[in-house]
Design a binder for this molecule. Structure first.
Ligand code: SF4
Ligand code: ZN
Length: 349
């Protein structure tokens, strides 16, 4: 006999919710999933009526589900938001070019405007070029720093008030674990905050100009996959060809083991991260502006400008690791010894 949905107690259940173990039909699962995101939006007061909101869209499952749910909730609950899609093209052949095709299809399917900003256009370097110069070990450092700025710059071009990204509960819990293991309280605070940047009341400084929020912060990855599957959403599921991130891989595997034993572990880890930060006096850096590009920065030059300087000079290690004295020398245009140059040129492939 088919199991009956515990939501409507009428239709047959088609799935068991990973988060709660409830057996639900499709319609009740959609409703439960969307209502939880709605509650997150309400309780954290993520948006105000009339705001123009950029959805960071990569073509992957998380941002595709985010765009879909935001459109549904905006209409169902009259949020009064103007939604736009915002994509960053890192210039990764065989990965981002294909996933951007998915975003372009999403743009049609959801009838939302789309803006694409590329590393090539902003920095004169694609990730393919960067990997050719810096190797496969530090590529994500460049990519992460550049993406943070690129999203902001794209958001400014689109004149949005806020950016929302598809970070899900698993992503947040993994990051909590990584930051606890590293003892990085400043990052711990930033990764658990539902809203960062922009200097708003709820905002936690992260160097971003435009406030960012994570409406899917409490949505489980497994449920996002189910939601996309049962809604037949069009998304791209290949991993980045340059993805090494071994450390995150271990945190992810550990979390999956915990989830298998107790599904609430993911949310429990997030709550632990949130509570660990309460009352901890973390000194946040004083924000100013980069003297070169004008972007918000706590140093004379922003991180992106330091990394770019290294790339353009053929010294890819500038800005990575502990070479502060050498950075200062280079940025002050003092000559380096041969040994010092060798240090900054060394690349790990
Ligand atoms: Fe960029 Fe790929 Fe690294 Fe992600 S995995 S930060 S897309 S290089
Ligand atoms: Zn700069």
């Amino acid at each position: 006999m088919p199991v009956v949905c515990s939501g409507c107690e009428g239709r047959p259940a088609v799935l068991k919710r990973p988060k709660t173990g409830h057996s639900l039909c499709r319609a009740c699962f959609f409703w439960a999933f969307e209502e939880e995101v709605h509650q997150t939006v309400l309780s954290a007061r993520l948006f105000r009526p009339g705001e123009r909101v950029g959805i960071g869209a990569s073509g992957g499952k998380d941002s595709t589900v985010l765009a879909h749910v935001m459109k549904v909730l905006n209409e169902r609950y009259s949020y009064g938001l103007e939604l736009v899609l915002l994509s960053v093209d890192e210039g990764i052949t065989g990965y981002r070019d294909d996933s951007l095709e998915t975003v372009r299809r999403n743009q049609q399917q959801y009838s939302l405007p789309l803006e694409v900003v590329s590393y090539q256009q902003l920095y004169g370097w694609t990730m393919d070029d960067i990997v050719r110069q810096v190797g496969r070990k530090n590529n994500c450092t460049f990519c992460g720093v550049f993406r943070r700025q690129a999203l902001d710059r794209g958001a400014m071009m689109l004149k949005v008030d806020k950016i929302c990204t598809g970070h899900n509960a698993d992503d947040v819990a993994e990051t909590v674990l990584m930051n606890v293991l590293r003892g990085d309280i400043a990052r711990l605070r930033r990764c658990t905050a539902i809203m960062t940047g922009g200097g708003g009341e709820e905002g936690v400084g992260d160097g971003g100009v435009i406030p960012r929020c994570k409406p899917l912060k409490y949505a489980y990855e497994k449920e996002i996959v189910l939601y996309a599957y049962f809604n037949k959403l069009d998304y791209f599921s290949t991993e980045c060809i340059y993805s090494p991130n071994a450390y995150r891989g271990h945190a992810r595997a550990f979390l999956k083991d915990l989830e298998a034993v107790r599904p609430s572990s993911i949310v429990d880890v997030i709550h632990s991260g949130e509570n660990l930060c309460v009352g901890v006096g973390v000194r946040m850096p004083v924000q100013g502006n980069c003297t070169r590009c004008g972007y918000i920065s706590s140093q004379k030059l922003c991180k992106a400008c330091v990394l770019l300087e290294g790339l353009n000079r053929g010294l890819p290690k500038l800005g990575i690791g502990k070479h502060q004295r050498l950075h200062d020398k280079i940025l002050a245009q003092e000559p380096l010894s041969e040994k010092e140059e060798r240090k900054l040129r060394a690349v790990d492939f």
